[in-house]
Design a protein around this ligand. Structure first.
Ligand code: GLV
Ligand code: MN
Ligand code: MN
Length: 411
């Protein structure tokens, strides 16, 4: 049975993980930044090393394409993920899938295997959505979910424009997004949650992905003196924002609720120790595997904000940053994942992706599914994120089998 080169896989994950450390030693490889460029340069060099043709599209998605005389012109099978990161990230999120995809191609070539279809590996732009919203911007644009010009004009949290930043770092390519229409897509990713680790299962066959709703909320109150203003006369924007956060947690804690919600950023203004804030700007991330329930959570949030107008005297506005419905994946590919795990003697269970993924966008284009490997203690979006070497290797071997099998199948 062909297996990937585990030493090469792990050393590359480690090497890419050392790219983009800031002055405080935090891993910060935000989309289209200088750190992202350094990571992309490394990934492109590995694609070339694996005999792949490197193509960059106009939204900066980076592809390695391996085709032979015999299979040129056939629809490819595709894998991939992302190499942009959150702030103070771990080294596995996204990078695992890109590096394992390249390893699959490298290994097939070394073993002299000729696949019936070309194989493409993508590193999609701005999956994390930390700098530019919505998240999955590159893969969303690739599948036609957002007009290219609109995507390129996206203004980031730092006021930059993604199209200009991609040009600046040398990754504004010329291929039209969607130029390569895959026959099938499969993505290897770390689970980023606790299930596989807790159950001692090595492979997750991901059959669906939960819906995501992001908003930026602005609550306005009245700036006033912290010492002289009686409590009953305050209109405290910071307090109202805190109440929203507590409200969300209470909803998530209702019996039977599968909702998760996060206030991940908050800025108070004027942000001074002795001044009642007149403005709170904060983000809300709400997720649920069921579309109706996600809609119910959004409605509950806005009803609560209206209630705060009455109870706290504040005003508010909301900007939608990202909204994606839950996505079912392709049962046929899920079964291929299970079959590959069984063939290799690996334990496997079906599961839902709690995280947003490029695969959810590719699912709009072709049959798609995902492979998960365990995250120790379910820690992710954290430098302590860790997946054991043997699990990374197991996942890459399952990817190898699924890619090989998919490349033999009719579209
Ligand atoms: C991406 O990592 C997300 O799910 O936010
Ligand atoms: Mn990811
Ligand atoms: Mn992530």
């Amino acid at each position: 049975m062909l297996t990937i080169n585990g030493t090469r896989l792990i050393s590359r994950i480690t090497e890419l993980g050392s790219v983009g450390l800031d002055s405080e030693g935090r891993r910060v490889r935000l989309a289209a930044s200088d750190a992202d460029r350094a990571g992309r340069d490394l990934v492109a060099s590995w694609m070339e090393d694996a005999g792949m043709r490197v193509v960059v599209d106009r939204i900066g998605n980076l592809f390695g394409i391996w085709e032979t005389e015999e299979n040129r012109g056939e629809a490819p099978v595709m894998t991939g993920s992302h190499i942009d990161s959150v702030i103070n990230a771990g080294r596995y999120d996204g990078c695992t899938g890109v590096i394992a995809g390249i390893e699959v191609v490298k290994r097939l070539q070394e073993a002299g295997v000729k696949t019936k279809r070309p194989i493409a590996v993508g590193a999609f732009t701005d999956e994390e959505g930390v700098r530019y919203q919505p998240d999955m911007l590159g893969s969303l644009t690739y599948v036609g979910g957002k007009p290219l010009e609109e995507a390129l004009a996206t203004v980031g949290t730092d006021g930059t424009v993604i199209g200009e930043e991609l040009a600046r770092i040398g990754y504004a390519g010329t291929a039209e997004p969607g130029f390569l229409r895959p026959c099938r897509f499969v993505e290897l990713h770390i689970e980023q949650g606790p299930i596989l680790d807790a159950e001692g299962v090595t492979i997750g066959a991901v059959e669906d992905l939960q819906g995501i709703s992001w908003h930026r909320l602005t609550i306005r109150g009245r700036q006033n003196h912290a010492g002289t203003t009686p409590t009953r006369l305050r209109i405290d924007a910071g307090l109202a924002a805190a109440k929203v956060n507590v409200f969300l947690r209470e909803r998530c804690s209702l019996p039977g609720s599968r909702t998760v919600a996060t206030v991940g950023t908050m800025a108070l203004s004027p942000n001074a120790v002795n001044v009642i804030p007149d403005t709170a700007v904060f983000t809300v991330d709400i997720r649920n595997p069921k579309e109706e329930q996600l809609q119910a959570e959004e409605k509950a949030l806005f009803d609560y904000l209206r209630e705060l107008e009455r109870t706290d005297g504040v005003t508010w506005s909301a900007e939608r940053l990202s909204r994606f419905a839950p996505v079912p994946f392709d049962q046929g590919i899920v079964e291929l994942v299970e079959k590959a795990a069984a063939k290799r003697g690996l334990s496997c269970r079906r599961m839902t992706s709690g995280a947003g993924q490029d695969a959810q966008m590719l699912a709009r284009l072709c049959p798609t599914a995902m492979i998960f490997v365990p995250s120790v203690s379910g820690i992710s979006h954290n430098p302590a994120e860790y997946t054991r070497d043997e699990d990374l290797i197991a996942g890459a071997n399952v990817l190898l089998d699924v890619m090989t099998e998919m490349s033999e199948t009719a579209c």
